[in-house]
Write a protein that binds this ligand. Structure first.
Ligand code: GUN
Ligand code: ZN
Length: 438
């Protein structure tokens, strides 16, 4: 139950309000000792200062010198029922939903199948170093139950919700408002704040929601003010035109959600690629967060997320894989694509900023930064053990790096799940690649 781990450590010790200065909040300890007790971080200090905490002798020591340990990655937008359709060819958002997504999600009506996939899905997260995520379920309550049960078994801190949708979807996926409300309510009662689990109200997006459905979501948020809300916003030009047609009484896409009081500090909007100035302002004023999903945005040809604009408006950002429009569970790969998306807009994403969004910044955007995202004492021990180099090219390139920033940049540019040696959840090793010498 009590572990002392010797390795190199990297994290951010406090939240960053201006990402230009992210590196000033970073901590790198080349030779450190992390103490974990009952699933929580006790302390992190330099190896040479270890006797400041003489009780470390009573902890089980793991010598992982040569490895880098950082907080587990936080995926702020991912779809559980889309794992089986990643990499589906040829369509942009609306056709892609019809052609691939809805048929794939229909399979989750079968709860036995959903149970099997819930394990596969969470194992993929862990194998990629993701310890927490904000997750879309399918419309079926049984599938979301299966996901929560599988996360509970693994002691993972996840936020998830059953999708709500009541129009423009195939018959088999279309709900009545009252049933959507009732089923969501039951799931909240059963799972919200149970151990490390939390509930997110999950209206798919405005086009598949009637005003009555959005009112029901609003009603649930009033009844359970501390639940999260997740949805999609301003991803694709046809989608936006459709929203304008469906909701002519609202002056833009976000105004629809805002009208139903679905904006706020616990609301996370995926994508946000084509926002108007007033939408940026509304996100800022309501303290809503954005999930930046570069592999998805490139794969569906949706557009380029404007990170600079998000900073100007001081809107919190987390990274999202958006599986299955996104093409990888790996947050390292996602950061690599994020860098390229910003390069296309002449903004050079710094290494510090990139890893901040993937760890503590993601936790801030999910309002979970009091619990996860760094190695501060009292936080939950969710972390990853990283191999800097697992291929000949990575070995060559890493050998030529001059400092930790270069090493971290090469890690995110050339790295992927193969660099994740171990993933620890709530103070125990939940995934291990190959042999490990303890
Ligand atoms: N908009 C509405 N539903 C979806 C979805 O499943 N994936 C993505 N990327 N965008 C959406
Ligand atoms: Zn999505």
């Amino acid at each position: 139950m009590r572990y002392a781990i010797r390795a190199s450590f990297f994290d951010f010790t406090s939240r960053v309000d201006d990402v230009t200065f992210a590196s000033q909040h970073a901590r790198y300890i080349e030779d450190g000792l992390l103490l974990i007790n009952q699933g929580k971080i006790d302390a992190l200090f330099e190896w040479q200062n270890r006797d400041q905490s003489p009780q470390w002798h009573d902890y089980t020591l793991y010598d992982l010198r040569g490895k880098l340990i950082m907080p587990g990655f936080i995926d702020t937008h991912i779809h559980f029922p889309q794992i089986g359709m990643v990499g589906s060819w040829g369509e942009q958002l609306l056709e892609w939903l019809e052609e691939y997504t809805f048929p794939a999600e229909s399979e989750y009506q079968n709860t036995a199948f959903a149970e099997q996939m819930a394990s596969t899905f969470l194992e993929q997260c862990l194998e990629n170093g993701t310890t927490s995520a904000l997750i879309f379920g399918s419309v079926h309550p049984g599938a979301t139950e299966a996901l929560f049960a599988a996360a509970e078994q693994r002691e993972m801190r996840i936020i998830a919700g059953k999708v709500m949708m009541d129009r423009f979807v195939p018959e088999a996926l279309c709900e009545e408002v009252s049933e959507s409300y009732q089923q969501t309510k039951q799931l909240i009662e059963r799972w919200h704040n149970k151990g490390r689990l939390h509930y997110a109200l999950t209206p798919r997006f405005a086009p598949t929601s009637t005003p009555a459905l959005l009112s029901a979501v609003s009603q649930l948020k009033r009844e359970y003010p501390d639940v999260w809300i997740q949805t999609h916003l301003s991803e694709n030009p046809q989608e936006i035109a459709w929203v304008n047609e469906l909701f002519p009484e609202h002056h833009n896409y976000l105004a629809v959600y805002h009208h139903y009081a679905l904006t706020g500090p616990k609301s996370v909007f995926a994508h946000c690629l084509h926002l108007e100035e007033s939408e940026w302002q509304c996100l800022a004023e309501t303290e809503s967060s954005i999930s930046f999903c570069p592999t998805s945005n490139l794969f569906l040809g949706s557009g380029l997320f404007n990170l600079r604009k998000a900073h100007q408006h001081k809107v919190n950002i987390g990274m999202g894989t958006d599986i299955g429009a996104g093409t990888s569970f790996s947050i390292l790969r996602t950061l690599s694509e994020a860098y390229k998306v910003q390069q296309l807009q002449h903004y050079s994403l710094t290494v510090a900023e990139a890893y901040y969004h993937a760890t503590l910044g993601g936790a801030v955007s999910l309002s979970l930064d009091d619990k996860i995202g760094s190695f501060m004492p009292g936080k939950e021990a969710d972390f990853i053990v990283i191999d800097f180099a697992v291929t000949p090219l990575q070995t060559l390139r890493q050998s030529r790096c001059r400092d930790i920033w270069e090493r971290l940049f090469v890690l995110m540019t050339l790295g992927d799940e193969r660099n994740i040696r171990q993933t620890w959840v709530n103070g125990r090793c939940a995934f291990q690649r190959h042999e490990m010498h303890a």
